[in-house]
Structure formats: structure tokens, C-alpha cells
Design a protein around this ligand. Structure first.
Ligand code: CA
Length: 227
């Protein structure tokens, strides 16, 4: 899952990025509103964490522009969580009115931010069940654990992220590029065959037929295997 963090405070931004990476997200961190807008126009995100007080373009304006367009890849569907200061009830209301899905008041707990993001991403993908299940495989995003036929399976952070993306998109073919976007943030080095390697690991640790290769297109977790 790739998320965008927009925060101009260096310490806070760094802490959010580190915390979310630890939770298994690929994180892009932008420090002003204009960079955030450019990132939103070009990269597909699972969620956005948006500070309101930003240089160059306010968070509120970034949000308004995002929600008023239909032609961009993120447009109306990406969930947005805004970060506000303690004394700005008015900003919080304006943010929710402008199309934010949730908010947190600074200072906040990193665990709470991660939990709220999980809930937003789940809701945005149309899943109300916190557990994702397909053909004997169960993924618990909150506990960050995977069971196969009731037994725990050890997955690396990237294997987990890849399986999570495939489960959320069961029935849809995901291209290698789309899967790479879920695995890597800007600046991370991408090994050319990384997706193939992680898919291979998942098939070995779970079972081979779980993920289909669609030649020349990408990978598919068949929906009919979903329970
Ligand atoms: Ca700020």
C-alpha cells in the first residue's frame, strides 16, 4: 500500500514516515502543498495524510482541488486524513466539509494514525470486514498477520504488502508496475524482478494456484476463490 504524507514539520513528518513504513506502507513524503498536488496528479495512493498548515498551498486548498476534479488518478476516491492543531475546530470542520474522511488532532499517537488509515483504506476498497480471506488464506491487516489453513505464515513486510494489495483487488488483474507502486516509495531502489520474486515467495509459502500469472499483463487473485 502506497500512502502520501504531506507535512512541513520535519520532525513530525519523519516520525510519521518511519511509523507508517514500520506498519508496512510505502510512504511518499511531501513538505508543501504544491509538491503534494503534483504527487497526487501522477501517483496512485491508497490514502493521504494531509497537514492543513502548509507552505505554498494550504492543505485545505490541496483537498478542495483534489475533490473538485474527476480527471486525476486519485480524484474523489482516495481517502484523506487531515492533521489539525488542537485549537482549530474551525479548520477541522472546513476540512471535513472539503472532503476529508477523517482527522487527527496534534499531538497524536502513531498507533492510532496507523489504525485509522487501515480503516479508511478498508472502507475505500469496499470491504467492511477487517479480515481478508481467500481460499484458506486469511490476512489480518490490523494484527499484520497471515494464516493459511489456520496456521501462521511468516511473511516479510513486502510480501505482506503484495498479498494485501492482491486480496483488496481480488478479481482484478494488477500490472507489475501497479504492484511495484504498492511496494516502493520514491527513492527506494527497485530491483527489476522484485515483484516476480515476491510472487514466487507467496506461492511457495501459501500455495501455487493462489495467484495467477496473466502473461504480458500482470497478476490476478481470482475473485471466485474469495470467501
Ligand atoms: Ca504545518
Amino acid at each position: 500500500m502506497r500512502v502520501l504524507v504531506v507535512e512541513d514539520d520535519a520532525l513530525l513528518g519523519d516520525a510519521i514516515q518511519a511509523g507508517l513504513k514500520q506498519s508496512g506502507y510505502a510512504v511518499d513524503w511531501m513538505k508543501d502543498g504544491v509538491s503534494a498536488e503534483q504527487a497526487l496528479a501522477t501517483e496512485l495512493y491508497a490514502a493521504v495524510v494531509l497537514d492543513l498548515g502548509l507552505p505554498r498551498l494550504s492543505g485545505l486548498e490541496v483537498l478542495r482541488r483534489l475533490r473538485s476534479r474527476n480527471d486525476q488518478i486519485n480524484s474523489k476516491r482516495v481517502p484523506v486524513l487531515i492533521l489539525t492543531a488542537m485549537d482549530t475546530v474551525d479548520d477541522r470542520i472546513k476540512g471535513l466539509d472539503a472532503g476529508a474522511d477523517d482527522y487527527l488532532v496534534k499531538p497524536f499517537d502513531m498507533g492510532e494514525l496507523a489504525a485509522r488509515l487501515r480503516a479508511l483504506i478498508r472502507r475505500a476498497s469496499g470491504k467492511t470486514e477487517p479480515l481478508l480471506q481467500v481460499a484458506g488464506v486469511m490476512l489480518d491487516p490490523a494484527a499484520h498477520r497471515v494464516l493459511y489453513q489456520g496456521k501462521p505464515v511468516e511473511l516479510s513486510a513486502r510480501e505482506f504488502a503484495l498479498l494485501h494489495a492482491l486480496l483488496l483487488n481480488a478479481g482484478k488483474v494488477l500490472s507489475r508496475a501497479q504492484l511495484e507502486e504498492q511496494l516502493y516509495a520514491w527513492g527506494d531502489e527497485i530491483e527489476s524482478n522484485a515483484v516476480e520474486v515476491y510472487i514466487h515467495h507467496l506461492r511457495r509459502k501459501l500455495f501455487p494456484e493462489l495467484i495467477e500469472t496473466i502473461r504480458g499483463v500482470g497478476y490476478l487473485m481470482p475473485r471466485d476463490k474469495a470467501s
